[in-house]
Ligand binder design. Structure first.
Ligand code: FAD
Length: 277
């Protein structure tokens, strides 16, 4: 499939053998879109870390470059080096560098890193240019930031610490991306910022994720989805139309690539790409 822009796809590490088999199938299906890379999320604070490492190394060996997410909160420099050395030895060349969130109740971190910018600086000082570094961006503001301007300042500090590129939290309002880009560029930061795209297939999951990560579901969209929340076919049709239009508008606004939050499924992302092409 010829896509109109470079694409990448994000997975989470599967918990079960069946989840693992499904992921390999989804990987093969998404490979048709000739992605630049796949990425695999990483749980801060311990729970899924070994699964991320194994999944990244396995997927990378299957042919498409695969990037681990690496969240630094609660980690020491020694454990980060140990992990990055493992990735380097396995031929991994790209890292999604994050602060992460500690699971609630874990309290004080005790680690060597406070912000993702500390991790980016540390990787650059320790490994030079051996890794391409992606960082996170929040067009609708990170939920813990004191205000939008401060959050953009912090983003630019992180980019200037040595990030090659950023991937955004998902959003459904193209103006949020345009405004964020304007503010970042005003501050003299020129790194590519790739919109993160969340296909819509299930309303209750979408509402739950959005509440947790601070992504806004605009009223016009929420009302439309709520009106048919038990009709999966209708939800998918609305989701396809809304998200394809969003992607089209993002590309017209100059988005350099698209990064899909796949939830370990291929159908919705491929349908959007089909619409775009
Ligand atoms: P940071 O860039 O460090 O920012 C966190 C907060 O600190 C922001 O409010 C920022 O304004 C503020 N800040 C930054 N620097 C400073 C400073 N110097 N002084 C004061 N305040 C500052 N989470 C996971 O656990 N695992 C994953 O795999 C994962 N993947 C993700 C992928 C993407 C593309 C995105 C967008 C998010 C992902 N997350 C993941 C979620 C992310 O870890 C959380 O949003 C987390 O709360 C912030 O991480 P960050 O890297 O953006 O942090």
């Amino acid at each position: 499939m010829k896509t109109p822009v470079p694409v990448s796809f994000e997975f989470f590490p599967p918990k079960t053998d069946q989840g693992h088999q499904t992921l390999l199938k989804v990987y093969d299906e998404l490979k048709q879109a000739e992605p630049e890379f796949f990425s695999v999320t990483y749980g801060a604070g311990g729970s899924t870390q070994e699964r991320t490492i194994n999944t990244v190394i396995e997927l990378n060996q299957r042919g498409v470059p695969t990037a681990p997410h690496l969240s630094c909160i609660g980690s020491t420099k020694e454990t980060v080096v140990e992990l990055l050395d493992r990735y380097k030895d396995a031929g991994i060349g790209r890292i999604v560098a994050l602060r992460g969130d500690l699971p609630s109740g874990m309290g004080h971190t005790g680690g060597d890193f406070r912000y993702a910018s500390d991790l980016v600086s540390f990787i650059r000082s320790h490994y030079g240019d051996q890794f391409e570094l992606e960082v996170a961006a929040y067009p609708e503001m990170h939920p813990q930031a004191p205000n939008f301007d401060k959050d953009v300042d912090n983003f630019v500090t992180k980019a200037n610490a040595g990030a090659n590129r950023a991937i955004t939290q998902y959003f459904y309002t193209v103006d949020a991306y345009k405004h964020f880009m304007l503010e970042v560029r005003k501050r003299g930061c020129e790194i590519p910022i790739v919109p993160g795209i969340m296909p819509i297939t299930n309303v209750s999951n979408l509402v739950r994720f959005s509440d947790a990560c601070g992504a806004d579901i605009p009223r016009w969209l929420r009302k439309q989805l709520e009106a048919c929340s038990d009709n999966t076919v209708r939800i998918k049709a609305i989701g396809l139309e809304v998200v394809s239009t969003l992607c089209q508008e993002l590309l017209e606004a100059g988005a350099p690539a698209l990064h899909f939050y796949t939830m370990n499924r291929s159908e919705a992302s491929l349908a959007i790409l089909e619409e775009l092409s």
